[in-house]
Design a protein around this ligand. Structure first.
Ligand SMILES: [Zn+2]
Length: 224
């Protein structure tokens, strides 16, 4: 299988248009030797002929132009891109679909809801996109997440619920989210968190849900 990393930056790209941190500002000023990066997306293929795109970043037009294996070949119209798999409905994962004008010659998976909102869903029938059976899951399971110092996990006695406190506000967590984050202390891998929760709750198939939530937690900066 071939994997092409089309972009590896978070939403907004690097440098971020509105960020003057040491990394973003340093790159603009030339004080830092680093490469600008486009927003994250990868293309995968098993035969070099047919490619699957994982997420369609807002940079997709530029990413395709810069990637010869994804260029049209053969007849006047066509593309080796056969399908787009959307991990969720975040705008920096779907906005690139607008670059594929003249109609998708391809199938686009139905986007799931944003993972965070889905995580609040008490049921299992909210139509999320399949995650965690993907390539990303393997490396995610090996990571050892710990809470970001910006966020504090705290139990609210009054409402008997767990919340994430940060300088600008608060996120209320449901039980599943809090059970995962309680275990993000840097000592356990995501795989170990999965194993612990499956044992604690007597469920055998929590891996996809935990990976789904952890992807979101990393994306939001709750964990490092
Ligand atoms: Zn920055």
């Amino acid at each position: 299988m071939k994997i092409i990393v089309l972009g590896s930056a978070a939403g907004g790209g690097y440098p971020q248009w509105n960020c003057n941190c040491a990394l973003c500002g340093g790159l603009r000023r030339g004080a830092l030797q680093a490469a600008p990066r486009m927003q994250s997306s990868i293309a995968v293929s098993v035969d070099d002929e047919n490619w699957l795109l994982l997420n369609a970043s807002p940079d997709l037009g530029q990413q395709i132009r810069g990637c010869p294996p994804l260029h049209p070949r053969g007849p006047l119209r066509g593309s080796p891109l056969r399908a787009v798999l959307l991990m969720d409905a975040q705008v920096d994962h779907v906005a690139g679909l607008l670059s594929l004008r003249e109609g998708l010659p391809i199938e686009a998976s139905k986007p799931g809801r944003g993972s965070a909102s889905r995580w609040d869903c008490p049921g299992k029938s909210c139509g999320r996109a399949p995650m965690c059976n993907s390539l990303a899951a393997a490396s995610l399971l090996d990571r050892q997440p710990r809470m970001s110092p910006t966020y504090r996990l705290q139990h609210e006695e009054a409402q008997d619920s767990w919340v994430l406190l940060y300088p600008e506000g608060m996120v209320r967590l449901n039980e599943a989210a809090s059970e995962i984050l309680k275990r993000c202390d840097g000592s356990r891998s995501v795989q170990q968190v999965v194993d612990e929760l499956q044992e604690a709750f007597g469920e055998a198939s929590l891996q996809a849900d935990v990976c789904d939530f952890m992807s979101e937690a990393y994306a939001r900066g709750w964990v490092l």
